[in-house]
Every structure is written in structure tokens, then in C-alpha cells.
Design a protein around this ligand. Structure first.
Ligand SMILES: CC(C)(COP(=O)(O)OP(=O)(O)OC[C@H]1O[C@@H](n2cnc3c(N)ncnc32)[C@H](O)[C@@H]1OP(=O)(O)O)[C@@H](O)C(=O)NCCC(=O)NCCS
Length: 142
């Protein structure tokens, strides 16, 4: 993937920049808003972002949202961002990664599975429209 912008990071309490809010709203309807005490964001400026909740005591991190600008999808940006985040999680001592995703979101599920995440459960009727959530997990080798 050429032409990728440098990675950015925002810590707890940060306001998300306007371009994240626009992409967030386009992908998920409601933008996430300000990052709370355990939440952090990584991304490629103007191109892609990932929101995580880190639990340092449990050495766990949950991927809350990941999104790539629609015009840039299918060129490895999502995979590159996920890998960069996983490297950072490992660096700060996280050993378990978790996420939940709509069962119908085949692109995201394919991305996670290609990156070595394993489905380990299903949460029935988890979303407002009654859709199930697939639960995924990945162990990080310290
Ligand atoms: C999911 C998403 C982040 C993937 O980003 P992306 O940059 O297009 O993904 P990549 O190009 O890095 O693809 C990596 C791998 O994911 C899988 N993948 C990505 N898009 C896919 C698609 N539309 N169909 C099937 N597999 C797909 C493939 O395995 C791909 O590897 P390959 O290219 O070697 O086949 C992007 O589609 C997106 O922003 N979706 C909307 C937001 C969303 O649903 N986020 C997830 C829920 S939080």
C-alpha cells in the first residue's frame, strides 16, 4: 500500500477530529464522541481510524470501531491499521484482544480472520435491529 499517511494516536479524553466524525457517522450512524477514560484512537490521517478500549489491569483491549474511507477500501489500509494497532497493544502489555461485529459484516469479519482473529461466540439479537453479534478474540504473544 503506497500513499499511506503517518499514523496518529489520540489518548483518553481527546476530542476526535472532524474527519473522523464524518467517516464515523457515515459508517456507523452515530459518531463516537469524546474518548472516555479507557478509550484511545489510532489512524491514518484523513484515511482510516480505529477506536479501542484498553483495560491495562486485565491486559485486554477491545476494538470498538475500525473504518476506512470508502474510496480507499480494498487496498490494505484496514489490515495495515489493524496490524499497527496490534503492535502497539503488544508494546504496552496487552495480551488479549476482543471485538464484536455484526454477523452480516462480511468485509470486517474477513479482515479480522485474515489477521488471525478467531470467532469464539455469538451474542443473539445484540443489535437494535435484532441482528446477532459475532464475538472474536486474538491472543497477542508478548
Ligand atoms: C472493514 C474495513 C475496515 C476493511 O478495510 P479495507 O481497507 O477495505 O480492508 P483491506 O483492504 O485491508 O483488506 C484486508 C483483508 O480484509 C478482507 N476484506 C476486506 N474487504 C473485504 C470485502 N469487501 N469482502 C471480503 N473480504 C474483505 C480480505 O481478507 C482482505 O485481504 P485481501 O485483500 O488479501 O483479500 C472497511 O470495509 C470498512 O471501513 N468498513 C466499514 C466500517 C466497518 O464495518 N467496520 C467494522 C466494524 S467496527
Amino acid at each position: 500500500m503506497s500513499g499511506r499517511n503517518p499514523i496518529f494516536h489520540l489518548g483518553p479524553g481527546s476530542e476526535l477530529p472532524a474527519w473522523v466524525e464524518v467517516l464515523d457517522r457515515a459508517c456507523f450512524g452515530e459518531p463516537w464522541g469524546q474518548l472516555s477514560g479507557q478509550e484511545q484512537a489510532w489512524g491514518f490521517l484523513d484515511q482510516a481510524f480505529a477506536l479501542w478500549s484498553l483495560n491495562a489491569v486485565a491486559a485486554e483491549a477491545e476494538l470498538l470501531r475500525i473504518a476506512v474511507d470508502p474510496s480507499l477500501r480494498g487496498h490494505g489500509l484496514g489490515r495495515a491499521l489493524l496490524e499497527a494497532c496490534e503492535t502497539e497493544m503488544s508494546r504496552v502489555g496487552i495480551t488479549t484482544l476482543l471485538l464484536e461485529v455484526r454477523v452480516s459484516n462480511l468485509a470486517a469479519r474477513a479482515l479480522y480472520e485474515a489477521a488471525g482473529w478467531k470467532q469464539d461466540g455469538l451474542r443473539k439479537a445484540y443489535y437494535k435491529n435484532g441482528e446477532d453479534a459475532a464475538l472474536y478474540r486474538k491472543a497477542l504473544v508478548p
